[in-house]
Unconditional design. Structure first.
Length: 137
């Protein structure tokens, strides 16, 4: 498990932009089951989370005309049980962090996995998400 002093500033990049932390499996289940669309960002300490995923997700939320009803986040290597529960909802996709998933009325409708984040700039991640928001939100 990562030390809190490392994780807290990385969490803040999302929570300061309107994302709610999901800290328990029950919070994950409740958030995903909500009516409407729920965006879940599996946050991470890796470089691609810092350089592409977090900035891309924030860029998408700030620039999209249509937005998810709910913005949520869990942190891999820190919010262990909550991340495990999110990953159950992402089956059959393999564990991936960072990752970004969009649920509509409890069903997974869009996912961006780590291999789709690595090596791509934040604006590519943002455009991918904005297109998903347009389709599902």
């Amino acid at each position: 498990m990562y030390p809190a002093q490392i994780v807290i500033p990385m969490k803040a990049e999302l929570t300061e932009n309107g994302f709610d932390e999901l800290l328990t499996p029950d919070e994950v289940d409740s958030a995903i089951a909500q009516e409407g669309t729920t965006l879940v960002m599996i946050n991470s300490v890796c470089g691609c989370a810092a350089g592409s995923a977090r900035p891309g997700v924030v860029m998408a939320v700030h620039n999209a005309e249509k937005k998810p009803s709910h913005l949520t986040t869990v942190f891999a290597g820190f919010d262990i049980d909550a991340v495990r529960k999110v990953r159950e909802h992402l089956m059959p996709y393999p564990p991936s962090s960072p990752a970004v998933a969009l649920f509509k009325d409890g069903e997974l409708v869009h996912i961006i996995e780590r291999h789709q984040i690595e090596g791509r700039p934040a604006n590519v991640i943002a455009h991918n998400l904005i297109a998903a928001f347009e389709e599902y939100c």
